[in-house]
Design a protein around this ligand. Sequence first.
Ligand SMILES: C[S@@+](CC[C@H](N)C(=O)[O-])C[C@H]1O[C@@H](n2cnc3c(N)ncnc32)[C@H](O)[C@@H]1O
Length: 218
Amino acid sequence: MSKLIGSDLPGYYRIHAPIYDLTRAWFLFGRERILAQLARQWPTCAQYAPRILEIGCGTGRNLRRLQHHFPSARLVGIDLAEAMLEQAEDALGARVQQRATPGLPGLQLVHGALGEADLGGSFDIVLASYMLTMTGAAQSRCVAAARELVVPGGLLAAVDFHATPIPLYARWMARNHVHFDPGLRQRLGADFNPLCSERHSAYGGLWQYFLSIDQRPR
Ligand SMILES: C[S@@+](CC[C@H](N)C(=O)[O-])C[C@H]1O[C@@H](n2cnc3c(N)ncnc32)[C@H](O)[C@@H]1O
């Protein structure tokens, strides 16, 4: 695995994966909203089954919801933490692979780092949900990969931490591999057409998170 991924995320998630879905409901806000916004923004006239990628899909929670919003979609999830993908396998009944096979219907889970693993082409929709603030030194490469993986005219959607006014809280989150990054939303959508851009407060302003959907120019 790349040296850019300095921190031991797979080790962190070996401990957290079994309790992930239960505990994260209380602070990974906006995930339901970004999926609903995506379903709204995806053109209803699109007759074909969209190819959708979730980068850092974790336990598969969003993939399950995407199946509901886009019943005919071909879905791919990639994650570098095996323990998280094991949870996703159980929840979704999908097998983990080392590469995605284009054209396969249904849902594929790929084990690997974004930008390194073979995802078999580009996607109509790419979703990054609370993933990019965890990528550390690999972040610019992950942002570039996410943008490149969107087909012209396709959508790049994200929900993630934005900022906190409390340095102690920022340090605590950094110990949990999360780095607040007020410039992330801007870099993600640079030169794309913004379709949705929202910022919300959590717990009376303890932190802010953003939602974005940007369309890659044709
Ligand atoms: C906070 S979890 C979010 C999981 C899911 N997207 C959600 O919203 O519940 C972040 C996930 O991103 C994965 N991840 C972090 N860096 C990654 C990288 N460079 N390539 C692939 N996955 C990565 C982690 O292993 C973890 O499962």
